[in-house]
Design a protein around this ligand. Structure first.
Ligand code: PMP
Length: 322
């Protein structure tokens, strides 16, 4: 596979279009050294009515909010950035894509006291496809609870999607992957379920959907979409509250949500099959068609592709034509 940096295309950097291979930064780029930056992951989907960016306004708002929380000044407004994301698809001839708008500090100085640093903003888009193996959405993931705690509100900016946060995510994920698992579930510093390495967590029990409050987990945009679909379309009760690890073991269903991950069933946590008390499903068995997870996956798939008949008509504002 060719490396990501070695391809044809265009990357938007500070208002200009750079040929893909020439979109480079200096070795003294401040963010590279200290992780003080922020980014977004946005998806665009091809559907029967063309390509649409999904909830790009919310992603762009979160990007600018993250920069504000980090106290990084940004010269571009949301409208300009949304337009640049649309043009990124057009310029790279992408019908479906993953976009990564990223804000970082320049190379005018190093050290924690550096002053006069410039702010840079780049947007790259490429065809990502499925986040994990394509069958993961059908059969689900095997996860391990992490020994690494997730962020605490008094240690980092839990509402911001900052670059430095992902050291913690990768410590947890890499430990789980090395041990042969697909994903990790991180607990907050008090021991309650926070989130996966780059996705939010949901639990279904007795027909009610539960998800952790947004204290130590990211306020996911897919999390919000799923809450709205469950409440408004499936008529389910959704509760945001503290959840313990054993509630995941005892769930009828559990799944992860994220822009890249979309909706991925959690099949197993720490060796316990989720939902199966006896006669655990064989590895490779698909989740049941009538399950809450499968129904939400079906709705989400139609929604992001702009198939907004009847039950989904109310969500048209979440789609921006590319
Ligand atoms: N938590 C973390 C740590 C993430 O990186 C992501 C992906 N952005 C999510 C949750 C899910 O957020 P969203 O649905 O907005 O992509």
């Amino acid at each position: 596979m060719t490396p990501l940096h070695d391809r044809d295309g265009w990357i938007w950097m500070d208002g200009e279009w750079l040929p893909w291979r020439e979109a480079q930064v200096h070795a003294l780029t401040h963010t590279l050294h200290y992780g003080m930056g922020c980014f977004e992951g946005v998806r665009a989907y091809a559907g029967p009515n063309g390509t649409h960016l999904f909830r790009v306004a919310e992603h762009t708002r979160r990007l600018l909010d993250s920069a504000h929380a980090l106290d990084i000044p940004v010269a571009f407004d949301a409208e300009t950035l949304i337009d640049a994301q649309r043009r990124c698809l057009e310029r790279n001839r992408l019908a479906s894509a993953y976009l990564k708008p990223t804000i970082f500090l320049g190379s005018e100085g190093l050290g924690l006291r550096a002053r006069g640093l410039s702010t840079h903003l780049m947007i790259a888009a490429w065809d990502l496809g499925a986040y994990l193996a394509p069958e993961a959405a059908r059969i689900g993931l095997r996860a391990l609870t992490s020994s690494w705690a997730r962020h605490h509100v008094n240690i980092s900016l839990c509402r911001a999607k900052t670059s430095g946060h992902y050291v913690n995510s990768m410590l947890a994920l890499n430990t789980a992957v090395k041990a042969g698992f697909d994903e990790t579930i991180m607990l907050d510093p008090e021991g309650y379920v926070a989130e996966a390495s780059a996705a939010n967590v949901f639990v279904v029990r007795d027909g009610v959907l539960h998800t952790p409050e947004v204290t130590s987990c990211l306020q996911g945009i897919t999390r919000d979409s799923v809450i709205r679909l469950a409440r408004d379309v499936l008529g389910m009760a959704v509760v945001e509250r503290r959840i313990t690890r054993d509630e995941l073991y005892l769930a009828d269903e559990a799944f992860l949500t994220g822009t890249a991950a979309e909706i991925l069933p959690l099949r197993e946590l720490d060796g316990r099959h989720i939902g199966a008390r006896s006669g655990a499903p064989a590895v490779g068995d698909a989740i049941p068609e009538g399950s809450v997870t499968a129904r939400l996956q079906g709705l989400y798939r139609r929604l992001v592709r702009g198939e907004l008949e009847d039950d989904l008509a109310a969500f048209a504002a979440w789609l921006t034509p590319a």
